[in-house]
Design a protein around this ligand. Structure first.
Ligand SMILES: Nc1ncnc2c1ncn2[C@@H]1O[C@H](COP(=O)(O)OP(=O)(O)OP(=O)(O)O)[C@@H](O)[C@H]1O
Ligand SMILES: [Mg+2]
Length: 394
C-alpha cells in the first residue's frame, strides 16, 4: 500500500493541509521546528492509531482547537487495485475511526491497511536504554501481526498486578503451601505469560538472520548476534546500569542464550523464585522482565558499541520490522525516516539509501539538503516545510 493523498485539519501545527504523494522516495526538507516530524507523525497515526511520541492523543490537536481530522487515501500498487479511505477524528475525550465511511471500534480492525515503520533518532533508546524499550519494540510489532497479542498482554498485566498485590500482602513467614490463591494466579500467569514469551522468542528467531545481514552490510567486519533473554537467565547477571539492566558480555554467556524448550520451564522457575518474590515483594520472573541482547564481536552493544554502531543497530531493527510486516500482512509498508541522514557518516548513508527499496514508499526528512548532496538518490517528490505550510518543490 502507499499513501496517495493526505488531508489534515488542526493537526499539531497544521491548520489545513492537502497533499498528493507519489510512490518511491519522498524528501521533506525544513528547518528545526517547522513540522517535519508532525507530518510523519500524522502518517504514522493514520497507520497505527497511535503516535510514536505521545501517549495522549489530545496533544495532537492544534492548540486552541477542539478537534482534529486526519484523512488518508491509500492505494495498492498491484494490478488488482485496492483503494481505501481512512478517516480519524480526534477530540479531547474521544477518537472516531472510519474506514471507507464505516466506523471501526477497534484499532485491530484497521491497523493492517496501511502498515508503516517509523524511525527517528529517539529510537536509539531501543539499543541504549532499559529492557522495557526493547520489549515495547517487539510488542508493538506483535500487536500488529497477531490479532490477539494485545489482549493477551493486557490479560497478563492484569493477573500480574493481582499477583503482586497478593505478594505484598503475604508476610514472608506465612506458609507458602497454604496459599491456594497464589497458586491459581500462577496458573494464569504461566498460561498467558508463556504465550507472550513464545511469540517474542519466535520473533527474535525470525528476524535474526535479517538483522545479522543488515549489520554486516553496514559494518562488514563486525561479528554480530542477537538473542532473546529469558527473565530467569538475566538473574545470573549483576546489574550494571542505573535502570537495573545488564551488560550481557561475560564468560557465562552460554547460560543466557536460552532455547525454545526452556520456555516450558516458566512454571517451575516461577515456583522456585517464590521466596525471592516474597522478599522483593514483586514478581521477579516472567515476560515483563525479559529482554533481548545484541552482541558485537562478543560484547554487549549497549556498553561497548560505538554511537554509530548503536544507531545502525536501531536502523537495522527497523529494517527487520519492515520486512516482517510486509511478509505477515502481505502488503507493502510505508517507511518513515525522520532525520536519520544527518546522524550517519557518508559510507553508512550511501548504504542505507541502497537498502531502501524503491518499491516502498519512503518519506525522508532532513533539515539540510546538503546532507544529501553527496549521495545519489532519485526522489520522486520533494517538499519544503515552512511556517506551518508544506509546498512541493522541484
Ligand atoms: N498541538 C500542537 N499545536 C500547534 N503546534 C504544535 C503542536 N504540537 C507541536 N506543535 C509545534 O509544531 C512545531 C513543529 O514541530 P516538529 O516536531 O514537527 O518540527 P520538526 O520540523 O520536526 O523540527 P526538528 O527539525 O527540530 O525536529 C513545533 O514548533 C511545535 O511547537
Ligand atoms: Mg523533527
Amino acid at each position: 500500500m502507499y499513501l496517495k493523498k493526505l488531508e489534515l485539519i488542526n493537526f499539531r501545527n497544521y491548520s489545513k493541509l492537502n497533499l498528493n504523494f507519489s510512490k518511491g522516495v519522498i524528501l521533506v526538507v525544513g528547518d528545526n521546528g517547522q513540522g517535519k516530524t508532525n507530518l510523519l507523525e500524522s502518517i504514522y497515526y493514520l497507520s497505527t492509531g497511535k503516535s510514536h511520541r505521545s501517549y495522549n492523543h489530545s496533544e495532537l490537536i492544534k492548540w486552541e482547537k477542539d478537534f482534529s481530522i486526519l484523512r488518508a487515501e491509500v492505494s495498492s500498487e498491484s494490478a488488482k487495485k485496492i483503494e481505501h479511505l481512512i478517516e480519524i477524528e480526534l477530540k479531547e475525550n474521544n477518537i472516531k475511526i472510519r474506514v471507507d465511511k464505516a466506523y471501526r471500534k477497534r484499532k485491530s480492525e484497521f491497523i493492517s491497511i496501511l502498515p508503516s515503520v517509523i524511525f527517528s533518532p529517539d529510537d536509539l533508546r531501543i539499543i541504549k536504554s532499559g529492557p522495557s524499550n526493547r520489549r515495547n519494540f517487539i510488542d508493538s510489532i506483535l500487536d500488529q501481526i497477531h490479532n490477539d497479542f494485545y489482549r493477551i498482554r493486557l490479560q497478563y498485566q492484569k493477573i500480574l498486578n493481582q499477583r503482586n498485590s497478593l505478594i505484598k500482602s503475604i508476610s514472608s513467614s506465612m506458609k507458602i503451601a497454604d496459599n491456594r490463591t497464589l497458586e491459581s494466579w500462577d496458573d494464569n500467569i504461566v498460561k498467558y505469560g508463556t504465550k507472550i514469551i513464545e511469540k517474542r522468542y519466535q520473533f527474535i528467531q525470525e528476524i535474526r538472520k535479517d538483522f545479522i545481514r543488515y549489520m554486516k552490510f553496514f559494518f562488514d567486519k563486525a561479528n554480530v548476534d542477537i538473542f532473546y533473554v529469558f527473565s530467569w537467565n538475566r538473574k545470573s547477571f549483576r546489574g550494571s546500569y542505573d535502570d537495573g539492566s545488564f551488560d550481557y558480555t561475560g564468560s557465562n554467556l552460554g547460560n543466557i542464550i536460552g532455547s525454545k524448550e526452556e520456555i516450558d520451564s516458566f512454571g517451575t522457575k516461577l515456583k522456585e523464585n517464590l521466596k525471592r518474590d516474597l522478599s522483593f515483594k514483586t514478581t521477579t520472573i516472567g515476560p515483563h522482565r525479559d529482554d533481548f541482547a545484541i552482541l558485537i564481536d562478543g560484547k554487549d552493544i549497549r556498553s561497548f558499541g560505538s554511537q554509530g554502531q548503536q544507531r545502525v543497530a536501531s536502523i537495522s531493527l527497523k529494517l527487520c520490522e519492515l520486512n516482517i510486516l510486509k511478509e505477515k500482512l502481505k502488503t507493502d509498508p510505508v517507511f518513515l525516516l525522520d532525520d536519520v541522514l544527518s546522524e550517519l557518516d557518508l559510507e553508512r548513508k550511501k548504504l542505507l539509501i541502497k537498502v531502501i527499496n524503491n518499491n516502498l514508499q519512503t518519506f525522508i526528512t532532513t533539515t539540510n539538503i546538503n546532507y544529501l548532496s553527496d549521495i545519489n538518490i532519485n526522489f520522486t517528490q520533494k517538499f519544503s516545510v515552512k511556517d506551518n505550510k508544506i509546498e512541493k518543490i522541484d
